[in-house]
Design a protein around this ligand. Structure first.
Ligand code: GLU
Length: 473
């Protein structure tokens, strides 16, 4: 299957934020190229001007980098097939469209929007659900075509699709796939604004850029027979097509939904997921190594990943809890210094880095996402306001006594705090559970917090006394 250097590509459209599913597809393309020592290309498909979003290209490139990926050819890095942005390649598509016209594989169509609308309405009335172009311009006399062109009559270029043909390919993931050409419309290749459609743009560029393997989500499956017809019309060698499963929410039937959390790749980073954890989780959305091993570095994945291991069944469940698990593993694996740097973003503005570095080891084992730090650690940065109903009925006595023994302490360390409070509980015959819960609520404002004695040491004696005094009231 791979007799020449593998060249894969990712070809996002700048129509919004880059989707997490797109990042999975990118990962697979990137890894396959690395696996075979080939090349991975990035190309921006911005030919749909109605859906173009200003700044989207820059955001795509930046999130791809933030997830840890690079590209061998593409925007910003250049390469032998530059430019890698389709709107900068318009003359090329025009040239190829004209080539097809000259060979009678495509034709000019001058139908107006109104005519097409009437045509569709009429077809619907006849009960045709999937309306198709009726071929009105498919056989216009050459002289008429020339007159219309010289009068600058608005027009598109359409592919001449032969009827009654079976279009079959051996998919790199799905195996044999076939469509009948009768289902396929005379595709528009070049639009009246001079931009190519996705179909022409993608085929011309994959050919020009010597892409050997077109790996993309299953939603593109119906486009592939159209592309195959184009390869045939041009007489070009076909790449290997490989269609990957799409993602869905657990229990859902279609795509990911914002109701369950982020769907944009950048949203997961903002939420405090580490790129390494995300990438590790993405590996499993359509592939598995056939062993119990779950933690994979990119290098390990690259070694193992081949198309033969990609799942055929569509719609892989995106398990957000499993992602949390991966993220917690990667948070725990960070050194305290690394983690402190990462948590800075989630601490209050101007937070002291020395203070942060003391807090880090206390929270490291307790976070599924870095963003949880803001809440877990808030009591280190500002006085908490505890809900009165959380305290036990003996809270007043607990806090008064604790305050008085703490006041006497010279050395205020985790160990000495522990000893002094234990002794107090023994001497006064307090219910240990209630006592320590009251202490925890007074100091941290919550029933669940990082280890209490350690936290008190970090806060310091004065702050702790002030909080106990405050809580007493
Ligand atoms: N421009 C298409 C997209 O937005 C590319 C699809 C393909 O990979 O062919 O995803």
């Amino acid at each position: 299957m791979y007799n020449k250097k593998v060249v894969t590509r990712m070809a996002p459209s700048p129509t919004g934020e880059f989707h997490i599913g797109g990042m999975r597809t990118l990962l697979y393309n990137w890894a396959l190229a690395r696996h075979f020592g080939g090349k991975f290309l990035l190309r921006i498909e911005d030919t749909d001007r109605t859906r173009f979003v200003e700044g989207a290209t820059e955001r795509i490139l930046s999130v791809v980098r933030d997830y840890g990926f690079d590209w061998d050819e593409g925007p910003e890095v250049g390469g032998p097939h530059a430019p890698y942005v389709q709107s900068e390649r318009l003359p090329l598509y025009k040239k190829y469209a004209e080539e097809l016209i000259a060979a009678d594989k495509a034709y000019y169509c001058f139908c107006t929007a109104e005519r097409l609308e009437e045509m569709r309405e009429a077809q619907k009335k006849q009960g045709i659900a999937q309306t198709k172009y009726d071929g009105h311009c498919a056989h216009l006399p050459e002289t008429e075509v020339q007159t219309l062109l010289s009068n600058n009559t608005p027009h598109v270029v359409r592919l001449r699709v032969a009827k009654g043909k079976e279009i079959t390919w051996e998919d790199g993931v799905l195996g044999k796939v076939s469509f009948v050409s009768d289902e396929i419309d005379d595709q528009i290749l070049l639009k009246s604004d001079g931009y190519p459609t996705y179909h022409l743009g993608v085929v011309v560029d994959d050919h020009e850029m010597e892409v050997t393997t077109v790996m993309r989500g299953n939603e593109w499956l119906p486009s592939t027979p159209k592309h195959i017809l184009l390869y045939e019309a041009f007489g070009w060698e076909m790449p290997l097509f490989a269609h990957l499963p799409n993602l869905k929410e657990i229990g859902g039937t279609k795509k990911l939904s914002k109701r369950h959390g982020p769907v944009a790749a950048v949203g997961f980073l903002e939420d405090g997921y580490l790129p390494e954890a995300l990438v590790n989780y993405l590996m499993f959305l359509g592939w598995n190594p056939g062993t119990e091993k779950e933690i994979f570095s990119l290098d390990e994945f690259v070694k193992d990943f081949t198309l033969e291991k990609v799942h055929k069944a569509d719609l892989v469940a995106f398990d957000r809890q499993k992602l949390d698990w991966f993220n917690a593993q990667y948070i725990k694996a960070k050194t305290d210094t690394e983690l402190t740097q990462l948590l800075f973003k989630y601490a209050p503005k101007g937070a002291d880095i020395a203070l942060l570095s003391k807090i880090t080891p206390l929270v490291k084992e307790r976070m599924k996402k870095l963003s949880e730090f803001t809440d877990i650690a808030s009591f280190f940065f500002s006085e908490p306001s505890a809900d009165k109903t959380l305290f036990s009925e003996n809270a007043h006595e607990h806090l008064v006594e604790a305050k008085s023994v703490i006041q006497e302490m010279k050395l205020f360390s985790t160990t000495s705090i522990g000893e002094v409070l234990q002794k107090l509980v023994g001497d006064k015959k307090f219910q240990a559970r209630d006592f320590f819960m009251d202490m925890r609520i007074a100091v941290t404002g919550k029933k669940i917090s990082p280890p209490l004695n350690e936290s008190m040491e970090i806060l310091g004696k004065d702050v702790v006394l002030a909080r106990l005094a405050h809580a007493q009231k």
